[in-house]
Design a protein around this ligand. Structure first.
Ligand code: TK8
Length: 350
């Protein structure tokens, strides 16, 4: 009797150890991950969404990121990609990261000024002369300082990617001088620096989420918009716009964001895979973005949209007109930070 009891106890014990083991190994990959795990690589599904299309350099960069992560993790970390704002626009996806229902997004820094206001320093028109200057500031101490402000907002910033130099399209007339902005109803990003700058130029800025832009142009709710050439091509704005003016009035970056809730559940090994892949895919993405900026111009020429250059002299006048806006926001974002950025830029330019 005693023996049987013991044997039964043993079997029950064995079963529960087995169950524990099974649940710990859990062959089913969990989305994101809530369990804290301090070692190794677990099977995980990582949802990554962006606003742009798969054929855009940002889309191609995200696919490169997926490839690197899946390779380095031996297929355990799986990146599910969502393009064309199917998971929502930049702000909505960023909020999903904060609440932990999405793991990755790569928004423009511009609409994030409500979260980290200092990102607004990158919205200063005519700040960078070349993409390489932008790289140096974004990858240097200034860029790093701003990424460090993200964790208190439940976000982790791993790298900056390139959106690029923005140009104006519209359905009224070419933009050659400041006067041509007069009364133009222009969609802008949800960002006060952009709004105030376009007001100063005489335009009528209308902030709007990105996925609404095509329809707003088509229905003539707005006359125009501004974005890098790759986007004007990928999102087919040439179908609903007649003029493309190469204003190159501002360079705006993307920031590679991870949900902090998700990040904290990862092992150091998993974190390293994501960190390295975000930087490596970012290098590829920037390169592609610069090639695409040239290629897109050639392809846009074939679409029939009327393209005009804007002279350096006229761009200088626009820059001067906008100066009070920059002075105002330099105070708001912190003059020390802004001055540090200008002196870094001076060093780079020497
Ligand atoms: C894409 C956006 C976008 C940006 C804009 O999600 O909103 O105009 O340039 O392309 O980040």
């Amino acid at each position: 009797m005693k023996k049987i009891f013991k044997a039964r106890k043993f079997i029950v014990g064995l079963l529960s150890v087995g169950l524990l083991f099974l649940s710990a190994c859990g062959s089913n990959a969990t989305q994101g991950g809530t369990k804290s795990n301090n070692h190794g690589i677990q099977e995980r599904i990582i949802k990554a969404g962006i606003g742009l299309n798969e054929d855009h350099p940002e889309g191609q960069g995200l696919l490169k990121f997926k490839e690197i992560v899946e390779k380095k993790s031996g297929g355990k970390l799986k990146v599910q990609t969502y393009f064309s704002a199917t998971l929502g626009d930049d702000l909505k996806m960023t909020e999903a990261l904060q609440s932990g229902t999405q793991e990755i997004t790569i928004p423009s820094t511009s609409p994030l000024v409500g979260i980290v206001k200092e990102f607004g320093i990158f919205d200063f028109p005519f700040l960078f002369n070349t993409a390489e200057e932008a790289d140096a500031i974004l990858d240097g101490p200034i860029g790093k300082k701003l990424l460090e402000k993200l964790p208190e907002h439940r976000l982790i910033g791993l790298a900056y990617w390139e959106n690029g130099f923005r140009n104006v399209t519209n359905s009224k007339h070419p933009i050659n001088t400041i006067d041509d902005f007069k009364g133009l109803k222009l969609r802008t990003m949800q960002n006060q620096v952009h709004i105030d700058a376009f007001k100063k130029l005489g335009a009528n800025p209308t902030p709007m989420a990105f996925s609404e832009v095509f329809t707003a142009l088509e229905s003539k709710t707005v006359d125009g918009q501004e974005n890098p050439l790759a986007t004007i091509k990928s999102n087919k704005y040439y179908e609903v716009q007649d003029y493309l003016s190469l204003t190159k009035h501002v360079y705006t970056p993307f920031v590679f964001l991870v949900s902090k809730k998700f990040w904290d559940s990862l092992s150091p090994e998993e974190q390293k895979i994501l960190q390295d892949a975000a930087v490596e895919a970012g290098k590829y993405q920037r390169e592609l973005s610069r090639q695409e900026d040239k290629k897109a111009l050639e392809e846009l020429k074939k679409t029939g949209i009327k393209i005009n250059e804007v002279s350096d002299g006229e761009r200088k006048k626009m820059e001067e007109a906008i100066k009070p806006v920059i002075d105002k926001y330099a105070k708001e974002f912190g003059e020390d930070l802004v001055n540090e950025m200008y002196s870094e830029l001076e060093k780079i330019r020497k």
